[in-house]
Each structure stands twice: as C-alpha cells, then as structure tokens.
Design a protein around this ligand. Structure first.
Ligand code: DUC
Ligand code: ZN
Ligand code: ZN
Length: 484
C-alpha cells in the first residue's frame, strides 16, 4: 500500500461537482488517494465536522504593484500571501504591470524577483499591457506567454494605462493567435473625466464624488464596446470587477447570444454600496474603488449573476492602500476624490464573506462556492487540473473549513498591511482553519508554518473553456428550438 505523507480523514470533501464524506491521502505534494476510508498516516488531520475544499485561487489581486500615479501597494508578496493563506487561498495571480515606456521583460524580471523570496503560497502572474509597442507585441508578449503568463489585463480607463479601441483590437487578436486571455477593465475614460472635471470645478471634492464620476453608464458603455470588439474578432474576453446592474445585463445578453464573454465580480459589489463611501470627511476613501460600489439593485443583480452563470469568477481585486499619505490620501486632508489611490482590500475576506453570506444564507451551494472561488479560476487561467480541484494527481492545495466558526471581523485579526477593512464589525460564519499548499501545512489553528519564499511560481497553460450556462428565454424560444 502506498505510504502517505499526510492524511485528512473524516471530513466532507467538496469539489465543483460534488460533496461527499471521504478521506484524502497526500504524497509528494499531490493528492494520491481519495476513498471512503484510509488508514491514518504518521501525520493525520481529523476533519470531523469540517469541509475539505480546494484551496482558493485569487486571480485578481494587486500585490507590490506601483499604481499609474506612482503609489506602491501596502502589501508585498509576503504580507499578501500570508493574508491570502489565512483566507483559505493557496494560489494568487497578481499583476506584473507595464507602465508606459517600460519593457515587459524587465517588468516581469523585477516582479519575479520580488515574489521569489517572499511568497508563502503559490503564485503566477498576469501581465498589464499599457504600452503595446511593436516590440512588446511581436516579441515580448509571445515570449512571456510561452513562459506561462497566459493572460493580460488591459484598461479602457485611467489616463496613463488606457488603450484605445484600435489597440484593444490588436491586443485581442494577438492573444487569440498566441493562446492567451484578455481581461478588460471596462469603464469609459472620457465620461469619467468629463464628469470629474465639472464636479471639481464646482468644489465637489469628497470621496462620494468618486462614485458620481464613475457613473454606471460609463461601465455599461465600455462593457458593451469591449464585447463588440471581442465579437468582431470572435475572440473570448473576460470583463473583470463588474459592479453594476446594467453592465451585468449587457454581459448576460451577450452570453445569451453565444458570445464568448466571461465575467468576474468581487466582494465589494455584494457587500458595499455607495452609502459606505458617503462618510464624513475623507473616511469614505476607504471604500473607494473603480468601478465603485453601487446600490441595492446592483447588489441583487450581482448575486443573481453569481447563480445564473453570468459570472464565472469571484475574485478580491485586493488593492491595498493605507488610509494615509502613503496611499489613499497623498495630499493629506486636501486630497480630492480624483487624487485618492483607488481600491479596497479583500484578499483574506473574499472567501469567508462569500461562504457566510452565500452558502450560509442559501444563495449558492457548496459546489458553486468552490467553482466561483477556485475551480473556475484554474480552468480560466490554465492551471486546471493541477490546481483548483481535489483529484488524484492534483496538487494537494487544500483548505479545511469550519463551517460553524463565528468570526467578528476586525482588521487587527487580519494579516494584510492596510490598516483597516471595509467590513469592520460584521459577524460572519465559516472560516478556513487549516491551509495546505502542495502538501505543506501552510497554517493551522491560527499559526503560520510556511517560510518566506516557500511559495512557487506556477507557469500556466492555455486558458481553458468554462461551460457557459445559457439564460432561459422568458418566452420559451430556446426550449422550442431544442425540440423542433
Ligand atoms: N481599480 C482598479 O482598476 N484596479 C485596482 C483597484 C481599483 O479600484
Ligand atoms: Zn481594474
Ligand atoms: Zn484590479
């Protein structure tokens, strides 16, 4: 009989397809046995009353990244991966960000070096492409794709990052040719700029005007345009951090037409609204991200999108900036909404929040939770089946959850370097107690065991298809076309 380095017994194993009582055997960093009963190995975890799930994959987080205005994130690869691990993750995919004038090869070299000595869980990189020069397009991107960075993010907004439509066409067509996936930040730059200028001219500087300037129509228009570009080329596209009801509907409509449009949403669009940004003084800056949190109708539409198949991915968009001059408030109390660093933290709370409010409140099932937080990320970004599932031969990337643990959220219990959480004071139910990455126990019972630099870079394969669920048409035409 095969010797196991570690066994996990008596738990409920959950994958994106099923949940069943079973035991896991791990050897050489991989799952090598799954059975109703296994003998305990020398190292054995009793998972009675616990859920044994694939470790989370947070495929949208900003770590040790310089913003386009020169602000460095508050989390480096150490604090970000520790925080991610405490939130049940075993892999993160942050962004190696090209600013204009930068060589993508140099950007990746520098980013790899930063990660190598610090990460405590596995990681890969997306690229951010802001300067698609001939050299970047013809040489650097194809080379980096071959080295396993098979996805890149492009921006339709932010003056110093945005691509125009022609450039978007070029980047999508290259991605298709070379086997990569394009992630799009969809907001109309000129609409936002135009509104913001008029607000500032009239003396409206407070954080809540950030939400006013990032009107939902700006998001919906850009989503529609990005989809049109993708349809024109018949190339898949992924619209990230969808916040509003209108954008969600536009994406759903395109999916119903058969367009290869995928979408991601994030905790801030389920659990925050514009009212959170409307606080006295500058405090609302702690809740400002782009696109911004919206209203209850949008929250409901985002929940609906998680269950009806509009969204394949639930990511954090962790963008860690402290509430001080190093991040949110570069000009102290004089900072206007246009000058604040954009983004909210969420790498540790992404899964606990969704588990508590989604699974715990009956909005999504356990397997949907696993799909939205892990399996679909692995499939979408070319990590499957090595990661994102529990199967013979997969990496032993596992989070063991106590579904009954009650936790009052307070920043001092978290492990990021941000200094606050937008979810302070909420009580949630369910928390990952033990996290295992490639068979290594990264943490258990609140104690970190993993050393700096023990996480590995994981090169990724071609982006994989995810089954899209067509929307039922209200008048039954889809049904009729199927049976003649
Ligand atoms: N918006 C982004 O596009 N990126 C980081 C954070 C944010 O709010
Ligand atoms: Zn973005
Ligand atoms: Zn982001």
């Amino acid at each position: 009989m095969q010797e196991h380095d570690l066994t996990i017994r008596n738990g409920t194993i959950v994958t994106a397809a099923e949940a069943f009582r079973g035991d896991l055997g791990i050897a050489g960093g991989r799952v090598v046995a799954m059975a109703a009963r296994l003998q305990a190995s020398a190292r054995d975890i009793d998972a009675t009353g616990r859920l044994v799930m694939p470790g989370g994959i947070d495929s949208h987080c900003h770590v040790e990244q310089l913003s386009s205005t020169g602000v460095m994130c508050a989390d480096d690869f150490y604090s970000a991966t520790v925080s991610a691990a405490f939130g049940g993750n075993t892999t993160i995919i942050p962004f190696a960000c090209q600013h204009r004038g930068n060589s993508l090869l140099e950007v990746v070299k520098d980013y790899s070096e930063r990660a190598r000595t610090k990460a405590v869980i596995d990681y890969s990189f997306h690229l951010i492409v802001s300067d698609p020069t001939v050299e970047a397009m013809n040489e650097h991107l194809p080379q980096l794709i071959r080295r396993g960075m098979t996805s890149f993010k492009v921006y339709m907004t932010y003056d110093r990052l945005k691509l125009d439509d022609y450039q978007l066409l070029e980047v999508l067509s290259l991605a298709n040719r070379e086997g990569a996936l394009v992630m799009v930040h969809a907001e109309n730059n000129d609409m936002i700029r135009w509104i913001a200028k008029r607000l500032l001219d009239q003396g409206h500087k407070a954080p809540r005007f950030h939400v006013v300037s990032h009107d939902p129509v700006a998001e919906a228009e850009a989503a529609h345009r990005a989809i049109a570009i993708s349809r024109l080329l018949e190339v898949p596209i992924l619209i990230v951090h969808v916040s509003g009801i209108e954008a969600a509907r536009i994406i759903r409509a395109a999916q119903t037409l058969g367009a290869q449009v995928y979408a991601e949403t994030c905790p801030q669009y389920l659990f925050l609204t514009a009212a959170d940004v409307d606080l006295p003084g500058l405090e609302g800056a702690m809740f400002c991200c782009s696109p911004p949190p919206r209203d209850y109708a949008s929250q409901e539409a985002i929940w609906a999108g998680l269950t009806n198949g509009t969204f394949q991915l639930f990511s954090s968009d962790h963008a860690p900036y402290r509430f001080d001059e190093s991040g949110k408030l570069p000009r102290g109390s004089d900072t206007t909404f246009k000058e604040m660093a954009n983004g909210v933290p969420g790498i540790e709370l992404r899964m606990p929040l969704l588990f508590s409010e989604g699974v715990g409140k009956g909005r999504i099932g356990l397997s949907e939770f696993v799909a939205l937080t892990s399996t679909n990320h692995a499939r979408m970004y070319g990590l499957y089946p090595r990661k994102g599932t529990l199967a013979i031969g997969s990496d032993a990337d596992i989070a063991i959850w106590n579904p009954d643990a009650k936790v009052e959220i307070t920043w001092s219990k978290l492990h990021d370097n941000v200094g606050y959480t937008p979810y302070e004071g909420r009580t949630i139910t369910g928390w990952p107690e033990t996290v295992i990455n490639r068979g290594r126990i990264v943490l258990s019972s609140g104690t970190l065991h993993a050393a700096h630099g023990s996480g590995e870079f994981i090169p990724r394969g071609a982006p994989g298809p995810i089954e899209q669920r067509p929307a039922p048409t209200p008048d039954g035409r889809l049904f009729k076309s199927l049976i003649g």
